[in-house]
Design a protein around this ligand. Structure first.
Ligand code: MG
Ligand code: MG
Length: 258
């Protein structure tokens, strides 16, 4: 089901997604070799509750934690654990909140300490593929215009696009229509309308596009155990230019100071 939001609902979604942006920036202060993913999860949960919101993922379809923490070959939906981050890891942190009845949802892949240049390049291309998708999130375009732009940018770097998971509409539900694949044909799919709010979230792999699901029934990994990166923005569709409800500015302020 696709729900077109009112202007007032878009403002509420802006607040929810702003809190996610701030939570990810708080985590940026703590991500370093030697910390566990469960420690990061605790920081996020406390931060979210201290701001009058609820963790959006905890209990969603039975997910046990506040964050999805997906390290290296893990694509998404990693469950926080006693795994200790190591120098050279990358970690995708996906965070959701519920504030005033509306969800925020966004993800950022952080380098842990010094990361190999070829893996930093994967991060750069994944981020650029997200930005290319956002440029197409304008009224009158179709979902396939976003999908095509993401895929084109990612594949231009020699990377592959995960097919088994997609972006989505966002509102009073964490996952609403339309689905927003990261691959597809220009001019295909549902028409984008003003005040549709969608999450664009490329999951881009260094090697094969194929994925596997772990025995925990959540953690998605690459089929060849090569690294995967993931970034996610929530945006409101507008005429001419998408209205970005997520910002990575707070994260990057923290990262550049470190
Ligand atoms: Mg999402
Ligand atoms: Mg997410």
């Amino acid at each position: 089901m696709i729900y077109i939001k009112t202007d007032a609902e878009v403002e509420l979604l802006r607040q929810s997604n702003l809190l996610v942006s701030q939570t990810l920036a708080e985590l940026a202060r703590h991500i370093r070799p030697g910390v566990t993913t469960l420690y990061l999860d605790g920081i996020a949960e406390t931060f979210i509750r201290d701001h009058g919101a609820l963790p959006g993922f905890k209990g969603y379809a039975g997910f046990p934690n506040t964050l999805c923490t997906s390290v290296n070959e893990k694509v998404v939906h990693g469950i926080p654990s006693d795994y200790t981050l190591e120098e050279g890891d990358i970690i995708s942190v996906d965070c959701g909140v519920i504030l005033n009845g509306f969800y925020g949802d966004s993800a950022y892949t952080f380098p842990v300490g010094e990361v190999k240049p070829e893996i930093m390049r994967l991060l750069e291309y994944t981020r650029a593929s997200l930005e290319a998708g956002v440029k197409e999130a304008v009224a009158g375009n179709r979902v396939g215009d976003i999908s095509h732009a993401v895929q084109k940018k990612a594949e231009s770097g020699g990377y592959s696009v995960v097919r088994t998971l997609v972006g989505h509409g966002l509102g009073r539900n964490l996952h609403e229509g339309p689905e927003v694949p990261n691959f597809g044909k220009r001019g295909s799919g549902p028409r984008l309308e003003r005040n549709m709010v969608i999450c664009i979230e490329p999951m881009i792999n260094m090697g094969t596009k194929n994925t596997r699901v772990a025995a925990d029934a959540w953690t998605v990994s690459t089929g060849d155990w090569k690294p995967s990166a993931h970034y996610e923005y929530a945006v409101a569709v507008r005429e001419g230019k998408a209205d970005q409800l997520t910002t990575f500015e707070y994260i990057e302020e923290v990262l550049t100071k470190r």
